[in-house]
Design a protein around this ligand. Structure first.
Ligand SMILES: [Cu+2]
Length: 174
């Protein structure tokens, strides 16, 4: 009987911890530090002339690491990061940004919305189908285990003023 109680208590604790982590995972938007990060990156100013130094869109993780982290900057016209990581300055058919990870890595993608006035969406086929709406000046962390190899589209899934420029990102899991 004592053993049964132990099991009940352990199961209870696991359920509570799972609940807490789910709430932490679901908490949609977090504005801490986004404004200063956008400013540091030059994502609120700059325009196309600054794009060569400011824009990073092809990012790869290290094969011998169990974790991979990436930053996606969403920004509106007038920013050198317009689109997603400056996708506005690349041909619309080009996959940008492209991020490359290795199978079974724990992937964290931080999305920050540096737009002054509109929300943007973020979705990844297969891995993050539900997507998220990131409001202006806010951020969101997507975390998943890259358990399926292949190529997966990264895109904005809500209507926005620069929507066509945010449709062609790519996640490659190999
Ligand atoms: Cu959009």
């Amino acid at each position: 009987m004592q053993r049964l109680w132990k099991i009940i208590i352990v199961v209870g604790i696991v359920i509570i911890l799972a609940g807490i982590s789910l709430v932490a995972l679901m908490s949609p938007n977090n504005s801490s530090g986004v404004a200063s990060l956008c400013s540091d990156l030059g994502a609120t100013t700059g325009g196309p002339n600054a794009r060569n130094t400011a824009v990073e869109g092809n990012a790869s993780s290290s094969a011998n690491s169990s974790n991979a982290s990436f930053l996606i900057v969403q920004a509106d016209p007038g920013s050198s990061w317009e689109g997603m990581n400056g996708s506005a300055y690349h041909p619309i058919t080009m996959n940008w940004p492209t991020i490359h990870v290795f199978k079974d890595q724990r992937v964290t993608i931080r999305i920050i919305n540096c737009s002054p006035g509109e929300a943007h969406g973020f979705s990844i086929s297969h891995y993050f189908v539900a997507g998220v709406t990131v409001r202006e000046g806010q951020s969101y962390n997507v975390t998943f285990s890259a358990d399926t190899t292949g190529t997966f589209r990264i895109f904005c899934d809500i209507f926005c003023a620069i929507h066509p420029l945010m449709q062609n990102g790519l996640l490659i899991v190999s």
